[in-house]
Design a protein around this ligand. Structure first.
Ligand code: SAJ
Length: 436
């Protein structure tokens, strides 16, 4: 661990009078980001309490287990629980650092729902001591950090809570920062350590305080800014990717109309020294890129025209793909279709916001037992498929029974497919996997 936190240096004399317990971190939310971060912090010498509203998650973690699939996570959690540097609880403890890593889903009309962040702030407020630092990692609409400040301030009138416009000469009792996670599912543990981090303090002193936590385990650069800029940076990163994938997806639909091979067009265009087109697919999934751009749209609805349109193009690509499969089913009225993959991207078991899942689900409802699903990352179909007649089958069984094969996810397990495996079948490869 780096030099231990000196509260007097950052927050002035008030903090030193009643310091929060040193080296203790409470991570609120033990999901895809919270659990890996909690276990990693524990491995770097912090005493960590992971907090979750789910008793079963808490029990699993306390037993040294994990409830999510992520490379290296099981070993990290097991070791931290064995070493007693990590404990899980449904109660928020008193700590020197509070990290909020709870979900921020989309509500009605694609409006951001920050109720879990607000609930976390309300749960922290009664426990927080002068000198402590609250960090929000959850992807959030711009202005969320200020809302958390207002919640803590209202519940703890005895504390001076930092706010926008306050400068470091004013003595705040606690620190508050927004530090977005930017890790890639499947590489979370590695990227938590190696990626650069943006640390947005409500005041410069807040950023400095939050940096004590991050510099203890981050090997990338820690970059300092305001909380509002950091909130925007996170949304911009994922919107950048969404817009660029939308361009590739739109090209694939244009290519269908004008009758050219989109993969060949992209391969050749990318030989231009300043062109780098991404890959089309069946749509965009996951809990980040398919969601976060809406947070940016919500903040500036009439200005964010390209960002909104990109979201619409990527959502439409799933509908377009489903319609193309329907046309194939009509062209072979007796035939079955093998849909390869349900996950939102290759080689993970995560089906959240997955276009492949959405497409398979729609087809299962209209074509029932003509739908065969091949997904090596699950033992059973999600409950939404109950009663549809669609079946989960092995790749071999799918290829044996189906006349139509649709690649929805380019899992490694599918990449060995050779032309002779698909001979005589109608093939629709939404990922361009078979030509790589
Ligand atoms: N996709 C395409 N074509 C491409 C690339 C991706 O169709 O050329 C699709 C994928 O199949 C998937 C979706 O886009 O359905 C998103 O996949 P991804 O690998 O781009 O991103 P995520 O959701 O796994 O992780 C992203 C990452 N953000 C960026 O790459 C900008 C990660 O760094 C973020 O931390 C994460 O979102 C997050 O938590 O926000």
């Amino acid at each position: 661990m780096n030099a231990p936190f000196d509260s007097t240096a950052v927050l002035g004399h008030k903090a030193a009078a009643h310091p929060a317990p040193d080296h203790q971190v409470a991570v609120i939310g033990l999901g895809y980001i919270g659990l890996p971060t909690a276990a990693l912090l524990a491995s770097y010498g912090w005493s960590v309490c992971g907090v979750d509203v789910s008793q079963s998650v808490v029990d699993t973690v306390n037993a040294g287990g994990v409830h999510i699939e992520e490379r290296d996570l099981d070993r990290l959690v097991h070791d931290a629980i064995t070493a007693q540097t990590l404990v899980a609880s449904t109660e928020v403890p008193t700590a020197s650092f509070y990290m909020i890593a709870v979900p921020t889903p989309l509500g009605a009309d694609n409006a951001p729902d920050i109720t879990y962040v607000e609930a976390a702030a309300r749960a922290i407020a009664p426990k927080i001591l002068p000198g402590a630092c609250v960090i929000i990692e959850s992807t959030s609409p711009v202005g969320t950090t200020e809302k958390v400040a207002a919640i803590i301030s209202a519940l703890r009138p005895d504390l001076v809570v930092p706010h926008d416009g306050m400068d470091d000469e004013d003595d705040a009792d606690i620190a508050l920062a927004y530090c977005p996670e930017r890790v890639l599912p499947g590489r979370i543990v590695n990227e938590l350590v190696h990626n650069d981090r943006v640390i947005g303090g409500v005041t410069p002193a807040c950023a400095e305080r939050a940096a004590v936590l991050y510099t203890s385990f981050v090997k990338g650069d820690c970059l300092y800014t305001t909380a509002r800029v950091a909130e925007t940076v996170k949304l911009v990163e994922n919107s950048f990717r969404d817009v660029n994938i939308a361009f590739a997806n739109e090209l694939s639909m244009i290519a269908d109309v004008i009758g050219v091979d989109v993969w060949e067009v992209i391969r050749l265009a990318n030989r231009h020294p300043r062109v780098n087109i991404l890959q089309p697919g069946p749509g965009v999934g996951g809990h980040c890129i398919a969601v976060d751009p809406w947070f940016l749209v919500a903040g500036a609805p009439s200005a964010a025209r390209l960002v909104r349109t990109a979201r619409e193009v990527n959502d439409h690509k799933a509908v377009h793909t489903q319609n193309k499969v329907r046309a194939l089913l009509e062209a072979a009225p007796e035939g079955k279709v093998a849909l390869l993959g349900l996950a939102f991207k290759p080689d993970i078991d995560d089906f959240r916001e997955s276009p492949a899942l959405e497409i398979a689900h729609g087809l299962a409802h209209t074509h029932g037992d003509r739908i065969l699903i091949v997904e090596p990352f699950t033992d059973e179909l999600p409950g939404a498929f109950d009663g549809t007649g669609a079946a989960l089958v092995t790749l071999d069984a799918g290829l044996r029974q189906a006349e139509i094969v649709v690649v929805l996810v380019d899992h490694t397990a599918f990449k060995h497919l050779a032309p002779q495996d698909l001979a005589g079948k109608l093939v629709f490869d939404t990922r361009g996997m078979l030509r790589r």
